[in-house]
Write a protein that binds this ligand. Structure first.
Ligand code: HPA
Ligand code: ZN
Length: 326
């Protein structure tokens, strides 16, 4: 409890959280009922029992099925509000929220519904929750580059509502370089660029994300440690890495928090932060991730504070806003 109070009191920015991964099972069933959507599980308990994953794909299979409960503007607004409630309660001051428009437009939900719903909550987060927030549109890498380009075209009317673009979904076999053109187009629109790399994919995907996509931040990046030259570059260039410890354990990228490479990443001088990824699925929100780390003596309170400070250094914030938040 003392740890929880300390963690809550440290200002934190969350930079790696997928809004579709924040739908708690009970909320999923409430939305399913409201929209007359049938989920392939009988109850919220049965859905929770399905949260035993072997790898990223086995998680994504569940995640995309649950996403189908979202159909209206109010649904998108409500899940953001529910996430902000939990994040604010754990001391989060700033959020850069990922969303996966193709997981909705692919089911016939218009881009306008997605954008209007998310924006109604994001645009009011300072008033409602005392936190700043922004949106990062992610392309689903397993759907390919042409679908990503089409998604960016559909998002053009809403570019003033997003701060950047990202790349997520099934990593293995989907190297970043295929998305060179759509990331270049996003850069010309003035958007920031991030990419998931080195979660399940090899260190070479991290290099490609930097060189081919111009990624300014790497999501996960834990496998970068397998390549000493890459580690040296990431340290030298102060490339932020958004690490998600409970996610990596639940998706079996690492065996346990004790085995997690975060400590070695800190020792190597990397700019790492702690994030929740898909908190409804992986056992907790950003504060819960820090509390789980603290069970390991490497992550003492001073180290947790450094990780939280790093989250603001890694954020897409102007200096005045950053100073006001920490
Ligand atoms: N990795 C890749 N894609 C994702 C994830 C993740 O952890 N969560 C939601 N989409
Ligand atoms: Zn992620």
């Amino acid at each position: 409890a003392a740890t929880a109070a300390f963690v809550r009191a440290i200002p934190k920015a969350e930079l790696h959280v997928h809004i579709e991964g924040t739908i708690e099972p009970e909320h999923a069933f409430a939305l399913a009922e409201r929209n007359a959507v049938t989920l392939p599980w009988a109850t919220a308990e049965a859905l929770k029992d399905a949260y035993r994953f072997d790898d990223l794909q086995s998680f994504l299979d569940v995640y995309y099925q649950v996403t189908a409960v979202l159909t209206t503007v109010a649904d998108f607004a409500d899940i953001v509000t529910a996430y902000f409630d939990r994040a604010a309660a754990q001391g989060v001051r700033h959020v850069e929220l990922f969303f996966d428009p193709q997981s909705h437009t692919g089911r016939g939900v218009p881009m306008s519904v997605v954008m209007d719903g998310l924006w109604s909550a994001v645009s009011r987060s300072v008033e409602t929750h005392g936190l700043t927030s922004s949106l990062i549109l992610c392309f689903l890498r397993d759907l390919g580059a042409e679908a990503a380009a089409e998604t960016l075209r559909e998002a053009e009317p809403y570019l003033d509502r997003i701060v950047g673009v990202g790349l997520d979904s099934a990593e293995a076999g989907h190297p970043p370089a295929a998305f060179h053109d759509v990331f270049a187009a996003a850069a010309l629109f003035g958007l920031r660029r991030v990419a998931h790399a080195g979660e399940e994919g090899p260190p070479a995907y991290v290099v490609e994300a930097l060189d081919a996509l111009g990624a300014e931040r790497i999501d996960h990046g834990v496998r970068a440690l397998e390549d000493p030259a890459l580690v040296a570059r990431l340290a030298e260039e102060r490339v932020p890495l958004t690490v998600c410890p409970l996610s990596n354990v639940r998706l079996r990228g690492v065996d346990s928090i004790a085995q997690h490479p975060l400590g070695r990443m800190l020792d190597a001088g990397l700019l790492v932060s702690v994030n929740s990824d898909d908190p409804a699925y992986f056992g907790g929100y950003v504060g819960d991730n820090m509390i789980a780390l603290h069970d390991d003596p490497r992550y003492d309170l001073a180290t947790l504070r450094v990780l939280a400070e790093n989250s603001f250094r890694s954020a897409f914030l102007d200096d005045d806003t950053r100073t006001a938040l920490v």
